[in-house]
Design a protein around this ligand. Structure first.
Ligand SMILES: [Zn+2]
Length: 136
């Protein structure tokens, strides 16, 4: 973990989002492929993951290929909104850590988004792609 440079962590702010509730915004330009911040959370097993998703409606659980990581307690990451053409993506880093990367160049003032990538989200999504799909 020590050599992971998360240069943009201090430039992230949470404020009102036009997508949903509040969102994470950057106050500086972020070049494509940059490491934006770490996503750390509680490591849980599959049974507990399913329970939290169903009983607690927890949508902040990430899968890193080995473990389920519940990031619901993090002040920042729970404000990361879904968008179908996102400017960020999440990849695994180690057993209990994921990393948020810039999918493309992101300008100061933009909201950071990822594709949540599960069926139900597209029902709630109001992006142009989903709005058109639902209008058909
Ligand atoms: Zn959408």
């Amino acid at each position: 973990m020590s050599n992971l440079k998360t240069l943009f962590e201090n430039f992230l702010v949470v404020k009102e989002s036009s997508i949903h509730g509040r969102g994470i915004f950057t106050t500086t330009n972020i070049p494509a492929d940059s490491v934006i911040c770490k996503i750390e959370g509680e490591v849980i097993d599959e049974t507990e993951c399913v329970r939290r998703e169903e009983e607690e409606n927890n949508v902040y659980i990430f899968w890193n290929g080995d473990n389920y990581i519940d990031a619901a307690d993090t002040a920042l990451i729970k404000h990361l909104n879904h968008y179908c053409t996102p400017n960020c993506y999440v990849d695994d880093y180690d057993d209990s850590t994921l990393v948020l990367y810039a999918e493309r160049d992101i300008m100061a003032g933009e909201e950071l988004t990822i594709d949540y990538d599960y069926e139900e989200i597209y029902e709630y999504c109001n992006c142009e792609i989903c709005s058109e799909r639902k209008a058909v």
